[in-house]
Design a protein around this ligand. Structure first.
Ligand code: G3H
Ligand code: 13P
Ligand code: NA
Ligand code: ZN
Length: 330
């Protein structure tokens, strides 16, 4: 059944677990997530970005989510608008049937220019008023996602801030977070702690200097009742990089957010963990390997080819449901 993000994260906080929020763009991703959740009895967060709507078309995305809910009526499902760039986008998503929206006022509507604090408060507050009137939840974001190593947002395909950011933007201030939550009334707060979107998060495995889990603890200490959200939380599995590179790909050395670090975050109030890149890597690795295997050189049925990718994504989703503790909670 469709539930709001607030309902799910309140339950997660009560029982000390986190929920992976997977980005979806197509049938195979939706099926992989739902099959994994069904196999380990986990609640689900399906999230769609502006890029997903552009790729699949809004109607297809909505009908895929509807089909997921109808096919697994026993599983709680949140349908979340990821990175809404304006109140208008969030209101549209609410009308379309999303049960949760993210108003990302950390950037201006262009999705590139860091916004002022007052702008962020104002747009987020507006969305919360409209959303709460109809039982929809709101996630806000305070701080700008980007690498503490380079000061760059890091995303290769244009998601995130342009130009160089300074440390005060890259780490959410606990004092400001208290004021932001009080003034906006958000249900969940995305924070900046050194993660960034995409596969190129860290040049070396992250340390306390580049991934500030300690900052989460400080924010959680001041806001014990606010559900925290980690964006840019793909782990970038080295095994999948190896498979991709073994079968003709060329992905340079890169590291993501280790699952153990996310688990530490969950102990410090993180309830929603955004993951897109890991599904992309598993999909691409499984596809390259399948097509590259000598026994498949004559294969041309998309169903067989895509089944390999779906099954790889399903395994990855189940690992995250289990590690974050949402398995067994549905
Ligand atoms: O926000 C970042 C997510 O990975 C979505 O990426 O805009 O390419 O769909 P996308
Ligand atoms: P990744 O690129 O690390 O998967 O992060 C996705 C995300 O934060 C979507 O909002
Ligand atoms: Na989001
Ligand atoms: Zn994000």
């Amino acid at each position: 059944a469709l539930i709001s993000l607030r309902q799910l994260l309140d339950h997660a906080a009560e029982h000390d677990y986190g929920v992976p929020a997977f980005n979806v763009n197509n049938l195979e991703q939706v099926q992989a997530i739902m099959r994994a959740a069904d196999s380990c009895h986990s609640p689900v967060i399906l999230q769609a970005s502006a890029g997903a709507r552009k790729y699949a078309g809004e109607a297809f995305l909505l009908k895929l989510a509807e089909a997921a809910i109808a096919s697994y009526p026993h599983l709680p499902v949140v349908l979340h608008q990821d990175h809404g760039a304006s109140p208008a986008i969030c209101l549209h998503a609410i009308q379309s049937g999303f049960s949760s929206v993210m108003m990302d006022g950390s950037l201006l509507e262009d999705g590139k220019t860091p916004a002022s604090y007052e702008y962020n408060v104002e747009v987020t507050r507006q969305v919360v008023m409209a959303a709460h009137a109809v039982g929809v939840s709101v996630e806000g974001e305070l701080g700008v996602l980007g690498s503490l190593e380079t000061g760059l947002a890091g995303e290769e395909d244009g998601v995130g801030a342009e130009g160089r950011l300074d440390r005060s933007q890259l780490l959410t201030s606990p004092e400001e977070a208290v004021d932001f939550v009080a003034r906006t009334g958000v249900d969940a707060l995305a924070v900046a702690i050194g993660t960034s979107h995409g596969a190129y998060k860290f040049k070396r495995p992250p340390t306390g200097e580049t991934l500030a889990i300690s900052r989460l603890r400080e924010i959680h200490a001041r806001l014990p009742n606010t559900h925290l959200v980690m964006h840019g939380s793909s782990s970038v599995p080295q095994e999948w990089l190896q498979v991709i590179n073994e079968y003709g790909g060329e992905i340079p050395e890169t590291y993501g957010v280790p699952v153990e670090e996310i688990v530490k975050g969950i102990r410090s109030g993180v309830r929603k963990v955004n993951i897109d890149t890991d599904l992309r890597l598993a999909f691409t690795g499984a596809l390259r390997r399948f097509l590259g295997q000598p026994e498949h050189t004559a294969e041309f049925d998309p169903r067989k080819i895509l089944a390999a990718a779906t099954s790889a994504m399903q395994t990855l989703c189940r690992e995250r449901f289990e590690a974050f503790g949402s398995a067994g909670r549905a």
